[in-house]
Write a new protein. Structure first.
Length: 230
């Protein structure tokens, strides 16, 4: 059965790379975007995680943390950026059968709804629990199923126990790839890896792809000092 297209590829027949288009607004666009994510994490820690004893047994863990994070990413944005952030956004370009892929977090280019810079989140119960995280990179980002119109994207690891550096080493080994420190975030658990993606001959998706790796420590916090609302 022939594909009939969707409203996005009919409205935006011309597409470019999110990274290059965003840089037309500001040369530091991706640094700004990532800083919003880290600031969102800081607010998540202060407003939510520090107020509860989160032990990793809660229901819908990944989705609930992500929802709380997106709200706090949005708090830091001015509204004048050339992109917006949403949770659970579909990638219609990669639609095949039953339903299109769905991003955990998507930065969408305001001028073109079709162009998305995605973040995928995975719960890491320990620093060796990286199998599902690695699958997202190899099965989705490297095949252009994710981020077809962006030369960059990212992974969020919600780390419940262990050492972030050990988690990075395990990710590096299992992808496999080389992880590099991000020069703009030297005090954060933030690394990058560079890849050559598999692109079908009839597509003009970016071949060179940079994956950002952000590890968020989700630490059970004593709640003895939390004041209750009368």
């Amino acid at each position: 059965m022939a594909r009939r297209g969707n409203i996005f590829n009919k409205r935006y027949s011309n597409t470019g790379d999110f990274v290059e288009l965003a840089k037309e607004w500001n040369p530091d666009a991706i640094k700004i975007l990532l800083n919003f994510v880290w600031e969102g994490y800081d607010l998540l820690v202060s407003e939510v995680l520090s107020q509860i004893n989160c032990d990793g047994t809660e229901e819908q863990l990944e989705r609930s943390i992500t929802q709380a994070l997106v709200l706090r990413i949005r708090k830091g944005m001015t509204g004048f950026e050339h992109f917006q952030v949403q949770q659970e956004v579909y990638e219609f370009e990669s639609y095949q059968k039953l339903r299109p892929p769905q991003y955990d977090i998507a930065f969408i280019l305001t001028a073109n709804d079709r162009i998305i810079w995605p973040l995928e989140a995975k719960v890491l119960k320990s620093d060796v629990d990286v199998t599902e995280y690695v699958k997202e990179i190899n099965n989705n980002f490297m095949t252009c199923r994710y981020a077809p119109f962006s030369s960059q994207g990212g992974m969020l690891g919600y780390l419940f126990s262990g050492d972030p550096n050990k988690a990075f080493t395990n990710i590096e080994t299992k992808v496999p790839c080389t992880l590099n420190d991000h020069p703009d975030f030297p005090t954060r658990d933030h690394k990058t890896s560079d890849h050559q993606r598999i692109v079908l001959s009839e597509k003009s998706y970016p071949v060179n792809f940079r994956c950002h790796h952000l590890l968020f420590k989700i630490i059970a916090t004593p709640i003895n000092n939390i004041s209750s609302v009368e």
